[in-house]
Write a protein that binds this ligand. Structure first.
Ligand SMILES: [Zn+2]
Length: 269
């Protein structure tokens, strides 16, 4: 952390945040607004993406061109630039196989980055890995272990308010022809509202977040049914602000209180 005028002027302190993600595009979906807001306030933002994203769905012609992993790395760089990240580190693990890698080596690599950056804050995922993707669950475990080794002061689990997810699923179920997902499938996904410590207002950074989402062009096409990215990008302005305007975190060692905190650096000030 850096202070230009000493500890009395806490508002002028700048911090380093390292945001750890599983796949290219997760950074924009889960933390894009928070990272853009931190960067705009003068904090150093470092993005770490564990896998190459080469197993992601995409259109047949994009798949045919081959090397989706390299394409997604370019998209990741563009998304990171839109958010104001100062450094992007792609760990290059195979997409979908993060739970099969040597966790000791991966933890050491991550801890090395946290130490090198003197990270004040690290973001990982909630223990459920959000919706349960094994790569996301593994990011939770690796990130938690690395933060312990590097003694990173603030560990934030990026998550979503489960109540909002279930409300959205109920609403989508009313749309004829929409993919039917049961609300009960998400009974243990992400995080219960009462356990969320931070609800970060990123409404002023929705344009940057949308730009970052749009940078992941390969992920807006392909697969059956609507892709989350293209659905979000297709929302009109006022709905985009509602859907993308807040991000949620659980800080390790902090008890959730009402209202939830808006400042991810609150524990450092
Ligand atoms: Zn992911």
């Amino acid at each position: 952390m850096t202070s230009f005028f000493g500890p009395c002027h806490a508002d002028l302190m700048t911090f380093t945040i390292v945001s750890v993600h599983a796949h290219p595009d997760d950074e924009a979906l889960l933390t894009g607004g928070t990272l853009a807001r931190a960067a705009a306030a003068g904090h150093r933002v470092v993005l770490v993406t564990a896998t190459d994203g080469a197993a992601g769905l995409t259109s047949p012609d994009m798949r045919q061109r081959g090397d989706l992993g390299r394409q997604r790395l370019v998209e990741l760089e563009n998304a990171a630039a839109a958010l104001g990240c100062q450094r992007v580190i792609a760990l290059g693990y195979p997409d979908g196989a993060l739970s099969g890698i040597d966790p000791v080596i991966a933890t050491q690599r991550l801890a090395g980055i946290l130490e090198e950056e003197s990270a004040d804050v690290v973001t990982i995922y909630d223990p459920a890995g959000g919706y349960g993707h094994p790569d996301h669950v593994q990011v939770h475990h690796l990130g938690k272990a690395a933060a312990r080794i590097a003694v990173t002061p603030v560990v934030l689990e990026a998550t979503v308010d489960r109540q909002l997810i279930i409300a959205a699923i109920r609403a989508v179920r009313l749309v004829p022809g929409a993919v039917k997902v049961r609300p009960s499938d998400f009974a243990n996904a992400y995080t219960a509202r009462c356990d969320i410590t931070h609800r970060v207002d990123v409404r002023d950074f929705v344009p940057q977040k949308r730009q970052a989402l749009a940078a992941h062009h390969s992920q807006t096409v392909g697969g059956s049914g609507g892709r989350t990215l293209s659905l979000l990008l297709g929302l009109p302005g006022f709905l985009a602000s509602r859907a993308l305007g807040h991000e949620w975190f659980v800080e390790h060692g902090r008890t959730a209180a009402k209202p939830a905190l808006d400042d991810i650096f609150a524990s450092l000030r």
